[in-house]
Design a protein. Structure first.
Length: 283
């Protein structure tokens, strides 16, 4: 699929055939795209090449680079969220991330998707400069912030597409987070945050108590890892890191061990209506 797989002096079709013969998954991926190849200039998004979770453990996996705008040389600009798709092993993925970093302008030879607006990368990308695309890049990298009454100033984290603010929770600084969405959705998520913040002493106690009660039941061996702490001691060891809230009134509290002896993070899910109702160990 990539010219990288063959020697530069080899004809393009011979290189592609050699790549496909060595990596059968490339044939299945390539079948999703039209055969015609052309060059595009593109603005990359806030994240670099990534993905391929479904192929974890395999040498080669499908990875995607988010794009926010693209054009054929001299053609009109298309401002749309799309992606540049490639089949890569760890070595090639590292190389691609260097050649096409987040928030940059690149040139790439591609094939267009048959059923969607993705592009298949068929040649190594390279950095370029284009004045019109540079204006789009400058616009997308400007800080986006907004003030929310009773909560503070939120800043958009573009890598995860959510707004986050540092807030005071029971005397310590944590992050309050909600997803970027429609104005109505964000206002409802902010209301969820206000409800938690206005009664934080009660919610802090409820969430800690629920976690301390459910952890020994759901995870065998936890008592040994946490030195056989009582529920009260376990609840006291949980130190909050962040709270994520949603428009429907649901929330997730994230905790870590205050003494840093426990390798896991703890996620407690619930809603304003039902209170905490799920506990998950992460990491």
């Amino acid at each position: 699929m990539f010219k990288l797989f063959g020697k530069k002096q080899e004809p393009q079709e011979e290189v592609r055939e050699a790549a496909l013969s060595r990596h059968p998954k490339a044939a299945a991926l390539g079948a999703q795209f039209w055969q015609e190849e052309f060059d595009i200039l593109a603005v990359t998004g806030a994240n670099g090449f990534g993905g391929g979770e479904e192929d974890v453990g395999e040498e080669y996996r499908t990875v995607t680079l988010p794009l926010t705008a693209w054009r054929e040389d001299g053609g009109p600009i298309h401002r749309e969220d799309t992606g540049l798709v490639a089949l890569a092993d760890d070595k090639l993925l590292t190389y691609l991330r260097r050649l096409a970093p987040p928030d940059s302008i690149i040139q790439a030879r591609v094939r267009q998707g048959m059923g969607d607006n993705r592009f298949l990368l068929v040649g190594l990308p390279s950095p370029v400069m284009d004045p019109e695309l540079k204006a789009i890049l400058d616009e997308q990298t400007q800080e986006v912030s907004l003030y929310v009454a009773d909560l503070g100033t939120f800043v958009l984290n573009r890598t995860v597409n959510w707004f986050q603010a540092d807030v005071d929770w029971q005397g310590q600084s944590i992050q309050l987070v909600y997803d970027r969405g429609s104005e109505e959705e964000m206002k409802k998520a902010q209301e969820t945050g206000r409800s938690l913040m206005s009664a934080q002493a009660d919610w802090d106690k409820r969430v800690r108590a629920y976690a301390a009660e459910q952890l020994p039941i759901q995870y065998e061996g936890l008592e040994d890892e946490m030195l056989d702490l009582s529920p009260e001691e376990l609840a006291g060891r949980l130190e909050p890191e962040s709270i994520q809230v949603w428009a429907d009134g649901s929330f997730e509290f994230w905790f870590h061990d205050a003494d840093y002896q426990w390798e896991h993070s703890l996620r407690v899910c619930g809603s304003l209506e039902d209170g905490p109702d799920q506990v998950h160990l992460e990491g």
